[in-house]
Design a protein around this ligand. Structure first.
Ligand SMILES: C[S@@+](CC[C@H](N)C(=O)[O-])C[C@H]1O[C@@H](n2cnc3c(N)ncnc32)[C@H](O)[C@@H]1O
Length: 223
């Protein structure tokens, strides 16, 4: 996994939109679904909150919502913390560094955007999903976006070309991305994702976004 520390954390915000086709749309589509389903006093658990992108957008539009910003990188959370303070939403955010233990929170919804593909084994992916499930209320919602296994032998090349031509990724950036996709990402198929969701007590994942290899899914925790 990339370290998401030091410079990697500092330049994350400039980098990410060049690497993920539809990065903005994933966030906007997720927000749209939360906006029409959650109560005005909802609590949202954000796994892998990074520099706080999800919370910044959601907190400004929903003044009664509370958030848990969880991440394994203290450097990413430090940037998020500063962003929350600058925007005046800090008092509605609990910052949680490291793993979330069983049943610490009772969130109405959880987000896990662009995180689980960094978790190597299926066992650890299920453990992450269980961590989420155990900190959600019954019927709580999960929104997850990940890089998935390629569905044909040209999908990845098309993605690299798209990032270069349309998102401004440099040629050197493409070379690095090609290497990282092999060494640092651990994508799974949609079928495998459905099996892991079931093991972690979630419903069948419903797709709501796809741009080549990146996809997003919605599911609900069983009662
Ligand atoms: C690509 S960034 C995504 C950040 C944010 N969700 C976004 O959409 O911009 C991935 C983040 O997940 C964090 N991360 C990686 N593995 C994690 C894990 N097992 N549990 C929690 N966070 C993790 C990284 O530290 C990093 O901040």
């Amino acid at each position: 996994m990339p370290t998401f520390t030091g410079e990697e954390a500092q330049n994350y915000d400039q980098r990410i939109s060049k690497l993920v086709p539809g990065y903005e749309i994933i966030h906007q589509l997720t927000a749209a679904q939360l906006n029409v389903t959650l109560a005005t006093n909802a609590t949202i658990l954000v796994i892998g909150a990074g520099t706080g992108r999800e919370i910044i957008e959601l907190a400004q539009a929903n003044k009664g919502w509370h958030f848990i910003a969880q991440d394994v990188s203290a450097d990413m959370l430090a940037i998020a913390d500063q962003n929350f303070t600058n925007l005046g939403v800090r008092e509605r955010v609990t910052i949680h560094h490291g793993k979330v233990d069983h049943s610490v929170y009772k969130a109405d919804a959880a987000l896990c955007l662009l995180v689980m593909h960094f978790v190597q084994s299926k066992r650890d992916k299920v453990n992450l999903l269980r961590q989420i499930s155990e900190n959600l209320k019954p019927e709580g919602q999960l929104y997850l976006a990940d890089l998935m296994s390629p569905e044909n032998d040209f999908e990845r090349d098309a993605q690299f070309q798209f990032c270069h031509r349309f998102l401004g990724l440099t040629e050197q950036g493409v070379v690095k991305m090609r290497r990282n996709f092999i060494e640092e990402f651990f994508p799974i198929s949609a079928q495998c994702l459905a099996e892991l969701f079931a093991e972690a007590n979630f419903s069948v994942p419903i797709p709501y976004f796809q741009a080549l290899g990146f996809r997003a899914f919605y599911a609900q925790k069983h009662i």
